[in-house]
Design a protein around this ligand. Structure first.
Ligand SMILES: NC(=O)c1ccc[n+]([C@@H]2O[C@H](COP(=O)([O-])OP(=O)(O)OC[C@H]3O[C@@H](n4cnc5c(N)ncnc54)[C@H](O)[C@@H]3O)[C@@H](O)[C@H]2O)c1
Length: 434
């Protein structure tokens, strides 16, 4: 069969139409599919199916060059293109992602490729929860087509990061193109579509990581907007100057506007963060300002500490050794230290806890805040022999060496300098979303 098109884009909303027209602008032959006759007609007439700066020009030139055509006939389009890109909607009515548009399209793709003799690369551009492609869409296509994923067709995640209003500019000038694939050949096939795009980075990752990217980005953007607005509201109510507050905040490129504090790890503590978040929430409350985002910060941190406690309790320890008691390494400040909160919680459960910290002499006893119970401090060597689970709280080479020795004896080490391991049911729930 001769290939009539380079790419078939299914769904001609802002994502599909912009992607399709931008592929066409690079000289690729694109067929776009939609169930909406008006969108199909608008594009075939060299017009735009919705308002978006630059789209009419793209559509007009694609029509003149003959590089883009739109159709309602999915089967013919899928059969005549080696690459299928799905960009249908994934709304969240009742707060749950509705993936039924994707299900339908995949069933139709399954029918269309059942008699195809050449392999097809199917890229999902729609935003989906991680696990959707492997666990939900691939089985639909396999069942309907009778073909095997990884052999007859290849599934790829290729999320879209454009912003409506500057979508065409964003397509050609992006910080990253993300391709999640199991096969290098399938990933290369999708990457080749972006040859004319100025991307800072081309990231090839697992299908699930690529699927997750858009949720992470959009939630981060939403969080920034909500946080900034809450700060603005408090500032206004407290009689501050919002422009100055914003200028001061944005001037710090080391900690505020930077990669700092954005790598998942363990909970925060210390003398400043919890205290000042509490102070800000109190200020807002006294001014009658509603700040749900700021109010959620400390409960979120407590939930993270609770997860650390669960990660330790999973081993049913009789005595836990905590490597590090201060709120972070290289200091002796114990104020609101997550380590001490963990010690408290474990003791409450009837588990013995001992600890060591290079900033505190062995033999000393600390009185735990919240409970007033005693925590005995030891030397690293004594701790190693007296506990059955060791917990890393600080990033110190000497602690890691001790933990390596400890685990050689078959006893578990829980590393809370990184993200605590989630109990298995959490992971399943995340993948079954939708
Ligand atoms: N809009 C954005 O700025 C943006 C940016 C990045 C990612 N996304 C994601 O991309 C996806 C698409 O977004 P959108 O805003 O373009 O969606 P949209 O709902 O505006 O458009 C989807 C199009 O798919 C068509 N469609 C539905 N079922 C179909 C079928 N069976 N066959 C053919 N066409 C069908 C619809 O008629 C519609 O024209 C969503 O998952 C969205 O979350 C959107």
């Amino acid at each position: 069969m001769t290939k009539k098109y380079d790419v078939c884009v299914i769904g001609l909303g802002p994502v599909g139409a912009v992607s399709g027209l931008c592929f066409a602008k690079q000289g690729l032959r694109v067929i776009g599919v939609d169930i909406d006759q008006r969108r199909v007609d608008a594009l075939n007439n060299g017009g735009a199916p919705f308002i978006e700066p630059g789209i009419e020009e793209c559509s007009k030139s694609a029509r003149e060059d003959g590089t883009f055509r739109a159709t309602l006939a999915m089967e013919e389009a899928v059969q005549n293109a080696p690459v299928i890109m799905i960009a249908v909607g994934t709304p969240t009515p009742q707060n749950v992602p509705d993936l039924t548009q994707l299900d339908k399209v995949c069933a139709q793709i399954g029918i269309a490729i059942s008699n195809k003799t050449t392999p097809t690369v199917i890229a999902v551009r729609s935003t989906v929860p991680p696990g959707t492609i492997r666990q939900r869409l691939t089985p639909i296509i396999e069942a309907v087509s009778g073909k095997r994923a990884g052999m007859d067709f290849h599934m790829v995640s290729n999320p879209e990061f454009l912003r409506e209003g500057s979508a065409i500019h964003d397509f050609f000038h992006t910080s990253r193109v993300i391709v999640g694939a199991d096969s290098d050949a399938a990933a290369e096939c999708i990457e080749s579509l972006y040859a004319g795009v100025e991307a800072d980075e081309m990231l090839r990752v697992s299908i699930e990581s690529a699927e997750f990217a858009k949720y992470v980005d959009n939630s981060w953007h939403a969080l920034k907007v909500s946080f900034s607005n809450e700060i603005g509201r408090i500032c206004q109510a407290a009689g501050g100057k919002i422009e100055e507050t914003t200028r001061i905040f944005l001037a710090d490129k080391r900690l505020n506007i930077s990669e700092c504090y954005l790598k998942p790890g363990f909970a925060f503590g210390g003398s400043c963060l919890p205290k000042d978040v509490r102070g800000l929430a109190y200020l807002a409350a006294t001014k009658g300002v509603d700040t749900p985002v700021i109010d959620a910060i400390l409960p979120s941190n407590e939930a993270h500490i609770a997860l650390g406690v669960e990660a330790i309790r999973e081993y049913y320890p009789t005595c836990v050794g905590l490597l590090g008691v201060a709120f972070k390494e290289h200091v002796d400040d114990l104020r609101e230290s997550p380590s001490l909160i963990i010690a408290n919680e474990l003791i409450k459960c009837g588990i013995g806890v001992k600890a060591c910290d290079p900033c505190y002499p062995p033999g000393q006893t600390l009185i735990l805040p919240r409970s007033g119970k005693a925590l005995e401090l030891m030397s690293p060597e004594a701790l190693e022999t007296s506990c059955d689970v060791l917990v890393l709280m600080h990033r110190l080479p000497s602690h890691h060496t001790l933990a390596a020795q400890f685990s050689k004896t078959g006893r578990p080490v829980v590393d809370l300098t990184t993200l605590p391991k989630m109990p298995a049911p959490f992971k399943q729930a995340a993948l079954q979303a939708g």
